[in-house]
Design a protein around this ligand. Structure first.
Ligand code: GUN
Ligand code: FE
Length: 379
């Protein structure tokens, strides 16, 4: 290694890069707004009108850099992102992420029903065709950014569209991301829309978009029942736990301890702009806090999360969706964040673990002194 450059990190903490397993890039520009609403009202009032603006590539070129610059400055090294239903604007986001040096899955969203005229694809066929056009346009264009199939959620996608997306998954062998059992009003609506499905997850499984051969991230899983939990486990679905969003838009608290006990794959998501912060350190602290409320108020059989568990979820837990990512164990890709915790002053002599704990709760982007993704320095 004699010829390689040496980076002196003396006195700093070096930790695996953080992974955001669920984030909406086009919602970044209005984060922090509408946080007094519930999911379905919040979508109609804030998310949909903002996402419609991305029909204009010029708007995407102004707005997406704000998001990507934020992500680059922070401790996140990898993310699974929703864009909007617009192929050209989605490519703008992919270009920016590629240039940032971060690694990401980015999805053009599909939605052909139960959405306003200004944010709905004309038909299942039009949505599938636009997806193929986007996939063909991005094929071979990126080293660090990959496409991911992104049906928004069952209420936004007709049965025919879901069938077509299942076919596209098999043709292009794509991973999948969507939302599952997030909020009471949504879950009741899905029961009405899919009376034949055994559970919400079964509506995805029925078309081959729920794990098995299709690596799948399902965001939230706050209200999953026994059948759904069994299916997620059997099919190897990743859960993206989004504690801040679940608090903001009144979805509830996911039974994360149960998912850990079942051995279900899981990571943390910011779910910006359901969540208002892009920080996965913040998501770790939120995950611990809401797990305590759940244990205290809802179910004393499920113990709260420990700091180690929350840190694992935000690194290796979510990282596993990307391969051997999120740990310094042998064989893992090198994603590392260098943290200067001197700003977090104390009179105490802190152990290494205590310093990490305080970074989780107290640090912000100012404390990120360096960042490496796949061995390359990006910050
Ligand atoms: N369900 C469908 N779309 C969305 C979204 O944009 N955010 C969240 N949190 N849930 C959703
Ligand atoms: Fe979401």
């Amino acid at each position: 290694y004699g010829a390689l450059p040496l980076v002196d990190c003396t006195g700093k903490l070096v930790v695996p890069g953080l992974v955001d397993l669920h984030v909406h890039a086009p919602q970044y520009a209005y984060r922090g707004l509408g946080m007094d609403m519930e999911l379905l009202d919040w979508l109609n009032t804030t998310a949909f009108p903002e996402e419609a603006k991305y029909a204009d590539v010029g708007y995407a070129k102004r707005a997406y850099p704000l998001f990507v610059e934020d992500l680059k400055r922070g401790a996140t090294t990898r993310a699974a992102m929703f864009a909007t239903l617009h192929g050209p604007a989605t490519r703008v986001l992919m270009d920016l992420v590629e240039d940032s040096g971060l690694v990401a899955y980015v999805g053009k969203v599909n939605m052909d029903r139960n959405s306003p005229d200004f944010l709905r694809e004309e038909s299942a066929e039009a949505s599938a065709c636009a997806t193929v056009a986007w996939l063909e346009a991005v094929a071979g264009q990126y080293r660090r950014v990959k496409p991911i199939l992104t049906p928004r959620f069952i209420p936004s996608c007709s049965d025919e569209l879901m069938e077509r997306l299942g076919q596209l998954q098999r043709t292009y062998r794509l991973p999948v991301q969507s939302h599952l059992s997030e909020n009471q009003g949504e879950v009741e609506w899905v029961k009405e829309l899919c009376p034949a499905a055994a559970c919400y997850g079964d509506a995805y499984a029925g078309v081959g978009l729920f794990g098995g051969g299709a690596p799948t991230i399902m965001a939230h899983c706050v209200l999953s029942g026994e059948e759904e939990i069994r299916m997620m486990k059997e099919r190897g679905v990743w859960v993206a736990h989004c504690p801040q969003s679940n608090t903001n838009i009144a979805s509830g608290i996911a039974p994360v301890r149960r998912y850990l006990q079942e051995g279900i794959s899981m990571g943390l998501g910011s779910d910006v702009a359901g969540g208002h912060s892009t920080s996965i350190f913040r998501a770790m602290a939120d995950a611990i806090q809401v797990s305590k409320l759940r244990w205290r108020l809802q179910d004393q059989s499920l113990a709260p999360l420990t700091v180690e568990e929350a840190f694992w979820l935000g690194t290796a837990g979510g990282g596993s969706f990307f391969g051997a990512v999120g740990s310094f164990l042998p064989g893992y890709e090198l994603d590392a964040v260098v943290l200067d915790d001197r700003r977090l002053r104390s009179t105490r002599a802190l152990t290494l673990k205590e310093r990490l704990e305080r970074v989780i709760y107290l640090s912000d982007d100012r404390d990120v002194a360096g960042k490496f993704v796949q061995g390359r320095r990006v910050l």
